[in-house]
Design a protein around this ligand. Structure first.
Ligand code: ACO
Length: 322
């Protein structure tokens, strides 16, 4: 039976021009290309130019997603932007994107779930479209994450980069196994001291820098992500063998591979772009999704499983058909 579902019509991505290699970082802190590659799989990251804002990155990816959808900004009546690094404390960066795209109607707002942000934004937009509140959404993950890094802390500064990815989501009649199929999103505030920023508007009045107990995060990441995926599969009746493509949050090659191995996923089904841009937080899933759609790996009708884990802790999984 057909009901109102949401469908991904097109995707886009944007990476800033400046590239910082592992060798460049080795000039700044006591690290090496070998250490970074072995522990994370990261080879390089992109850094936003001075004056280049999170909204600028978001607009670039949104324009490409609209073009690939065959739609124009005037078709959009909802923008849900996932970011941890907004242009300003307020208004929401999504409203800057709305204005820069020349969209005058509908609603635009940000969601904050750090590295899990894109999946939280996707779940939010999908629910609103299915309820009939809006018809066409831009779901964006965009970050200038390098602006909250402590460049003297080698345990964090080597991991992250800037970037943006976007998907156009549109409401239309569809069957249960079409379009966006299921989500499972969770948080656990008791673990916030393992990954956080040591600043904020109401605490210190400063922006602050990322602080992380990497090995603890790693341990929780594999467990939480695997459990979210198992929940989504149980809810929908699919098995891991039904999944055509696995598009995980691009934090670290060892987490990606650890989750894939635990689930029994073939390596060929795993989309990994982390080597090219490091951990771009909320931008990483749409960046990876767009890469695999653009290069022809993910095709219309394919079943895609996505997952993420980040500060909060926040984590989740989504299942959708292109
Ligand atoms: N270069 C060289 N040595 C380093 C570096 C570096 N950049 N960073 C840390 N080290 C050293 C440490 O000081 C330590 O040295 P010691 O043994 O003399 O004390 C040694 O390397 C081992 O440190 P660990 O933190 O135990 O290293 P680990 O194997 O856990 O790798 C890493 C660290 C890569 C951060 C890993 O824990 C990780 O990937 N964790 C997940 C973190 C993550 O992805 N966070 C992103 C946000 S959440 C998410 O997106 C899932």
């Amino acid at each position: 039976m057909n009901t109102t579902k949401s469908f991904i019509r097109g995707t886009g991505a944007y990476l800033p021009q400046r590239v910082l290699s592992n060798d460049d970082l080795a000039q700044m802190v006591d690290t090496s290309d070998q250490w970074i590659r072995d522990r994370t799989g990261i080879q390089q990251r992109h850094i936003a130019a001075e004056g280049e804002l999170t909204s600028d990155l978001a607009v670039a990816s949104a324009k490409e997603a609209l073009k690939n959808s065959g739609l124009v900004p005037a078709d959009v009546d909802l923008i849900v932007l996932a970011t941890t690094t907004p242009d300003q404390t307020f208004p929401a960066t999504a409203t800057a994107v709305q204005s820069k795209l020349g969209i005058t109607g509908g609603a635009a707002f940000d969601v904050q779930a750090v590295c899990s942000g894109f999946l939280f934004a996707l779940a939010t937009a999908d629910s609103m479209l299915r309820q009939g509140l809006f018809s066409t959404a831009l779901v964006i993950g965009a970050e200038t994450f390098t602006r909250i890094l402590d460049w003297s802390d080698r345990s964090t500064c080597v991991l992250f980069g800037d970037g943006s990815g976007a998907a156009v989501l549109q409401a239309a009649p569809g069957a249960e196994n079409e379009g966006v199929i299921a989500h499972h999103i969770r948080t656990d505030g008791a673990k916030s001291d393992l990954l956080y920023v040591d600043g904020g508007v109401s605490s210190t009045g400063t922006i602050g820098h990322v602080r992380m107990q990497g090995n603890q995060v790693f341990r929780h990441a594999v467990t939480n992500i695997s459990s979210a995926i198992e929940t989504v599969l149980e809810q929908t009746g699919y098995t891991i063998a039904d999944v055509d493509w696995f598009v995980p949050h691009q934090a670290n090659q060892r987490i990606l591979s650890g989750v894939a191995k635990r689930l029994g996923l073939d390596d060929e089904k795993v989309v990994s772009t982390v080597s090219h841009h490091g951990n771009t937080s909320a931008a990483s899933i749409p960046l990876a999704l767009h890469t695999a759609i653009s290069d022809g790996r993910i095709k219309k009708g394919d079943l895609v499983l996505s997952e993420a884990m980040g500060g909060g802790f926040s984590w989740g999984a989504s299942l959708f058909r292109l």
